[in-house]
Design a protein around this ligand. Structure first.
Ligand code: 6PG
Length: 283
């Protein structure tokens, strides 16, 4: 697919940074990226298990709801999960399920029975346990794949949106949840971003995905992007545990989708001592 003018960097073997002129170009490229992964997953496994986040991410799925994708993708094989969800009712304004239902699910022919939202009648602790139980059942029947290296669920694609503080899903800087090794889904009650109670995938699950995409747009993401990608930055502004920097796919591939504002620090470093190899080519 001819991508108009995007700059691509490949900081590490299994990651790629795509920088776009506009949000519309991000939506166009993201739709094609998701379409290709879904077709490969359906061909290879018979299923496409995708986990979504909240925030502005849903708005970037709008091109997937249009031609040609709305008619060409095998939506009956799509299985929807959330990488994190707020512990609120599913019809609450702050629910990622509500946001996704209205902004995406209502516009594509995904089967309701293939949409796995959290139990919003339980405590946040029980909602996390319930969600993990459902995922374990789906891994058993291979609707969700399984990682060869650590028995974690291997989602075909996990879509994340990075917060200005460098959080992804509901994993926040320096939070103890970042150090969990055995849980697949955990919960927090002290989110620095409201609402306080959330469930979230842990890093082992995120990093076991076949594909991870992180969207980050706007000036307010530039600093976190810089910290996420460059090595050797010390000082108070560099959290010891920065979630976006800890997203490192074990066997899969990570692609960043940035606008120029979020990527401004990368451009600045390009001429400097960028500590990653920089391949720029117009695609
Ligand atoms: O439930 C959530 O809050 C999201 O999953 C979260 O990870 C979101 O994607 C980022 O907060 C987006 O960050 P901005 O809203 O700052 O763009």
């Amino acid at each position: 697919m001819e991508r108009e003018s995007a700059t691509t960097y490949e900081p590490k073997r299994n990651s790629e940074i795509r920088v776009f002129e506009s949000l519309d170009e991000i939506s166009t490229d993201l739709a094609e990226y998701i379409s290709q992964i879904s077709e490969i997953s359906v061909k290879e496994r018979g299923y496409f298990a995708i986990a979504l986040s909240g925030g502005p991410l849903v708005s970037f799925l709008r091109k997937l709801c249009e031609a040609p994708y709305n008619k060409t993708l095998d939506w009956s094989k799509w299985y929807i999960f959330w990488s994190d969800e707020r512990a609120v009712a599913k019809n609450h304004a702050e629910s990622n399920y509500k946001l996704t239902k209205e902004g995406f699910l209502a516009k594509v022919p995904i089967l309701n029975g293939h949409v796995y939202s959290i139990n919003d009648n339980a405590t946040v602790e029980d909602a996390a346990k319930d969600y993990e139980f459902v995922i374990r059942q789906l891994v058993k029947v291979r609707t969700i794949g399984v990682s060869e290296s650590n028995d974690c669920p291997k989602f075909d694609l996990i879509l994340l949106d990075m917060g200005a503080d460098g959080h992804v899903a509901s994993l926040f800087p320096n939070h103890p949840a970042l150090e969990l090794k055995d849980d697949w889904v955990t919960y927090i009650t002290d989110s620095p971003q409201p609402p306080p109670e959330r469930i979230t995938f842990t890093l082992p699950v995120i990093n076991s995905a076949s594909n991870i995409a992180i969207v980050a747009t706007g000036d307010d993401k530039a600093k976190a992007m810089h910290l996420a990608v460059f090595d050797g930055i010390e000082g108070p502004e560099a959290p010891a545990l920065l979630p976006a920097r800890m997203v490192k796919p074990t066997d899969g591939k990570l692609v960043w989708f940035l606008d120029k504002a979020a990527a401004s620090s990368l451009e600045a470093e390009k001429g400097g001592n960028a500590s990653y190899e920089h391949h720029e080519y117009l695609l």
